[in-house]
Design a protein around this ligand. Structure first.
Ligand code: ZN
Length: 680
């Protein structure tokens, strides 16, 4: 499952950390291109230059394999998408009329949205977006360009092409939704995706796959995952996506690049993974895909890793069909070193934790949080992407072999950087000194907070004998997140971190304390609609910690809320005392958890973590709206270039970050587009 975290308005855990001074890479430039509800970003492939040639070459071929899946996804998302994209692109590049006209600008925006969504429906909401240009404009523009560049089928005229395609683009009643989930509708007949042929009902699909399942099969393959279901002569048949089947030209390209990657695999285990995936693409057998997934989940030792295949099923209203997805990555070396330091000292942290010794673990093992660096995003992970991935999706494989769970560090970093300079800090942080502190230490301490939370926080402490894991019921996850956060907050200010070289000095932690409290007391509320309470567990936990510390520090004025020019601001007057408060709350939360004190949990969460002050909320929403921050974000990929010697062997792989969004999309549409315009 992809942890699809669309950054609606803000980051997840941090809001307002500020940029560290831009580093040395001259070539790397962030982008701030915006259109519709979207902002494009870049991600930096940190440490790519530190990889050896073998690893770089492996990534190069895995990237190529991933990019060849793009047109499969366009076609999966809608039967007309490839033709519509080609019509739009041709006008975009070849139109001789005014490029400043309202119609042309609207066409440009529409095309950028089509690229972003891999089709004509919104990538997240799945509703069809309607163009802002006229049909007459588009028809005349299409007639003005070289007809050889248009997706005309069987000697079609341009007018005939327009007549066929325009309702799909302009008529709001034609394919209004890509994935319709409305209870009571026939979800297959009312969804615009292209996983099912025409004239097929939901009941027919359900029966078709119910019949396939074997009784008492404890290890079922994922039926239907890699095919389009169509009706031929009144009978349902699967058209499999294989090198010789549907999407054959694209899958053959994927396979040839996987074959190119084979000699550069880092281990024989990894080679076996790639070989099994090739088998699957050739045979179309879902058993091969399961075997591949098992080999893949067991292969954890290598630095480079990848995902490739028909993976996520959210694009099918009935959740059978896998969308094409490709991803190449490698372990984040710096973070791995950091988390190893924490893990090695796990027992020290446990022994010094400010909780009742009865609740401490005698023997404590840290967990290595796996953070990876994305090298390429493709298919259903591009340009809109997940920041965490947990695969494979097969339930029985997860149960018997486990899953790989990773967070993608350089994407999180890019989201953070995008938040800097968007005006957020200036709006919500009153004094310049605090802003400077956050600019200097914010990112570093925030990463460290995440590491402490994941590697040590969740793993710390123990239950008293006889207390069951789920005794806190609905409050359990909020309490658990609060426990891990408090463990991290408490230790961020500890001299031990300076000693371990994880924080630069004894002041840096203040940046995280400030942003954490600001978020919990105020700014996270901008993600909540007026009149609603806080529901989500992580948000409840942050509100709980911030409000509890605010209330319990009142007598010493530890945290202060004040108004200037009718705006509410927050100030921390005593950081050391705030740490003491975190220690007290950690001890209490650990007691609640270890003893299974349901009533204690309920009181903490309901009193501090749920309610929203409507007056403050309204003020924050108004201030936030003025910042004009795009609700959705996506990424431009870096460009990899293989430098070859006279014999054709790769002697280096260069990476660059200068390609613009439209150039990248046009290049992909030219260089990675082996499919015909109509696939059936
Ligand atoms: Zn957590």
């Amino acid at each position: 499952m992809a942890l699809k975290k669309f950054f609606y308005t803000l980051m997840l855990s941090t809001l307002a950390t500020s940029a560290t001074v831009e580093s040395t890479a001259e070539e790397f430039k962030y982008t701030d291109e915006k259109f519709a509800d979207i902002q494009m970003l870049r991600y930096k492939v940190q440490d790519f230059d530190k990889l050896n040639l073998r690893q770089k070459t492996l990534i190069f071929y895995l990237s190529e394999a991933a990019l060849y899946g793009r047109d499969i996804l366009f076609d999966q998302n809608g039967a007309y998408n490839l033709r519509i994209r080609k019509m739009l692109e041709t006008v975009y590049t070849d139109y001789r009329g005014s490029r400043d006209s309202k119609d042309f600008k609207a066409l440009t925006e529409y095309l950028k949205r089509v690229w972003f969504s891999n089709g004509i429906h919104h990538h997240y909401g799945s509703e069809k977006f309607i163009p802002g240009f006229s049909q007459d404009f588009f028809r005349n523009a299409l007639k003005s360009v070289d007809r050889k560049k248009l997706p005309l089928t069987n000697g079609q005229t341009v007018d005939k092409l327009c007549d066929e395609i325009f309702p799909v683009i302009f008529d709001p009643t034609v394919f209004p939704m890509r994935v319709n989930q409305k209870d009571g509708d026939d979800l297959i007949r009312t969804s615009g995706e292209n996983y099912y042929g025409t004239n097929i009902s939901q009941a027919e699909v359900e029966n078709f796959y119910a019949d396939m399942r074997k009784p008492n099969d404890e290890r079922p393959v994922m039926y239907g995952l890699n095919s389009k279901l169509v009706k031929e002569n009144g009978k349902l048949v699967e058209k499999k996506w294989t090198t010789t089947g549907l999407y054959g030209p694209a899958i053959s390209k994927i396979v040839s690049n996987l074959r190119n990657a084979l000699p550069f695999a880092e281990s024989k285990e990894q080679k076996a993974v790639i070989n099994k995936l090739i088998d699957f693409y050739v045979s179309g057998e879902l058993k091969d895909f399961d075997d591949y997934s098992i080999l893949w989940v067991k292969n954890t030792a290598d630095l480079v890793d990848f995902t490739n295949g028909f993976i996520e099923v959210y694009g099918d209203p009935l959740r059978f069909k896998g969308s094409c997805e490709g991803f190449a990555n490698f372990k984040d070396l710096e973070t791995t070193a950091r988390t190893e330091k924490l893990s090695q000292n796990a027992q020290w942290f446990e022994d010094h934790s400010p909780v009742d010794p009865r609740f401490r673990k005698e023997e404590c093992k840290g967990i290595s949080a796996k953070v990876i660096t994305a090298a390429i995003l493709a298919g259903d992970l591009y340009p809109s992407t997940a920041i965490g991935i947990n695969l494979p999706n097969s339930n029985w494989i997860r149960k018997e072999y486990g899953s790989k769970s990773v967070t993608i560090g350089n994407l999180t970093d890019a989201y953070n950087k995008a938040a800097h300079g968007n005006g957020f800090d200036e709006e919500f942080i009153y004094d310049a000194d605090t802003r400077a502190l956050i600019r200097q230490y914010g990112d570093n301490c925030d990463d460290l907070h995440t590491d402490l939370h994941e590697c040590l926080g969740h793993g710390s402490g123990k239950m008293l004998p006889g207390v069951s894991d789920d005794s806190l019921k609905a409050y359990g996850s909020t309490i658990e997140e609060a426990r891990a956060d408090l463990f991290a907050l408490y230790y961020l200010a500890d001299d031990k971190l300076v000693e371990l070289g994880l924080t630069p000095n004894t002041e840096a932690y203040k940046s995280e304390y400030y942003t954490y409290i600001l978020n919990g007391l105020m700014t996270q509320l901008v993600r909540i609609k007026p009149g609603n309470n806080i529901e989500e567990a992580h948000m409840r936990n942050r509100a709980l910690i911030a409000h509890w510390a605010y209330e319990h520090g009142k007598n010493k004025n530890v945290i202060e809320l004040f108004k200037k020019n009718k705006k509410t601001y927050m100030r921390i007057n005593d950081y050391r005392e705030l740490r003491t408060l975190f220690a007290q709350l950690l001890a209490e939360i650990q007691r609640v958890k270890s003893t299974g004190d349901y009533e204690g949990a309920r009181q903490l969460v309901e009193n501090y973590g749920v309610k929203v002050d409507p007056v403050l909320h309204k003020e924050l929403l108004q201030r936030y709206a003025k910042l004009n921050i795009s609700p959705y974000k996506g990424f431009i990929n870096p460009v990899y270039t293989a430098v070859k010697d006279s014999k054709g062997n790769i002697k280096d792989v260069k990476i660059s970050y200068t390609e613009t969004y439209d150039h990248q999309m046009l290049r992909y549409s030219t260089d990675y587009a082996p499919l015909p315009y109509i696939n059936d």
